[in-house]
Ligand binder design. Structure first.
Ligand code: HMG
Ligand code: MG
Length: 299
């Protein structure tokens, strides 16, 4: 398998990043951040979540965020949806693409969405049936594909089985989540090779958190397996509220620096991306978690 010559970067910072911030970020700030990311050339910006505000208060008012964005026809703005209530909220807001999520670990599934893997797949079936009938595009996530914070090792058979079920429910793409960033390159490759036996590799995405500093190495490894869609978070924002100690996704600036260096086309402008990162870091009053952003800023 040769490395792809172009990669689609899916920016998840406004959802995956901000869902885990201690301080709440106002609607207007989220909208400016999303528009700056789009202006930088990111083709997909996950913009919020219609989840229970009791579980994840940072994602409350996601409908206002979605409605407030000046949308561009060539950009998609998926919103995370866990159940029918979330889907109805997404439809009411005029969302065109949703992201659904399941886990490859039973304990994580219970902690994150309060039900077993099997129950979640059943719950999602109702969601995806209605979403398809409403002509929504559906992206699917699987958490804990390279390990679970509660159970440790996760079976690749389970990852592949959940992936096949999500594909069967109409997901156009399955994003493979290393939720706590525990994976290492050879393991990441073995996982992608196993899952691409049931889902074509051009319908898979890598969603790697950088908790153990392995994010870029793991991405480089799975590029060799033909992965051409990478999820990342500007400034390395974020984590997962139900995976203690999980830090943010691999930083978009770091991913872009690597891909630019490999002459892999993304359509993303580094200077504008740095500006989006600076904007949100300034609001949050924190240093960027992106090594590339730090180095390029002081250059
Ligand atoms: P539950 O408590 O079992 O649900 O939570 P319920 O149906 O019994 O409802 C409880 C209350 O929540 C009710 O309100 C519902 O109306 C309300 P009450 O009657 O008590 O006032 N409710 C909702 N409100 C707004 N929007 C909704 C909604 N649903 C119920 N959609 C539930 C089940 C799934 C709702 C809950 O567990 C939940 O919201 N979990 C979300 C967890 C989450 O957002 N996690 C982070 C995202 S996943 C992630 O980060 C991983 C990923 O990045 C990939 C990776 O890295 O691995 C995607
Ligand atoms: Mg995540």
């Amino acid at each position: 398998m040769t490395i792809p010559n172009s990669v689609k970067i899916v920016e998840v910072g406004p959802r995956d990043g901000l869902q885990n911030e201690a301080q709440s970020v106002p609607v207007e700030v989220k909208i400016v951040l999303i528009e700056k990311l789009v202006d930088a050339g990111l083709p997909v910006v996950e913009s919020g979540a219609f989840v229970s505000p009791k579980w994840v208060p940072q994602m409350a008012a996601s409908d206002e965020v979605f409605k407030g964005i000046h949308k561009r026809a060539d950009v998609t703005y998926p919103m995370l949806v866990p159940n029918m209530k979330g889907l109805d909220a997404a439809l009411a807001a005029g969302v065109e693409e949703i992201a659904i999520f399941a886990a490859a670990s039973e304990t994580f599934s219970q902690k994150n969405i309060n039900c077993s893997i099997g129950e979640s797949i059943e719950r999602l079936r109702r969601v995806t049936e209605k979403a398809s009938a409403e002509n929504l595009r559906i992206r699917g996530y699987i958490s804990c594909v390279l390990g679970c914070p509660y159970e440790g090792e996760v079976s690749l058979d389970t990852v592949a089985e959940v992936a096949a079920r999500l594909l069967d429910q109409g997901c156009y793409e399955i994003s493979l989540g290393d939720t706590t960033g525990v994976g290492t390159p050879a393991k990441a490759q073995a996982m992608v090779e196993r899952v691409s036996g049931v889902v074509p590799v051009n319908q898979l995405a890598a969603h790697f958190h950088d908790t153990y500093g392995q994010g870029l190495a793991n991405l480089h490894a799975v590029l060799q397996c033909g992965i051409s869609v990478i999820d990342s978070s500007v400034a390395g924002l974020g984590g997962c509220p139900y995976a203690k100690g999980a830090s943010g996704n691999v930083a978009t600036e770091d991913v872009l620096y690597m891909l630019d260096g490999m002459q892999i086309e993304t359509g993303v402008d580094m200077q504008k991306l740095l500006e989006a990162g600076r904007y949100i870091n300034e609001f949050l009053g924190r240093e960027t978690a992106s090594r590339a952003a730090l180095a390029l800023t002081w250059k």
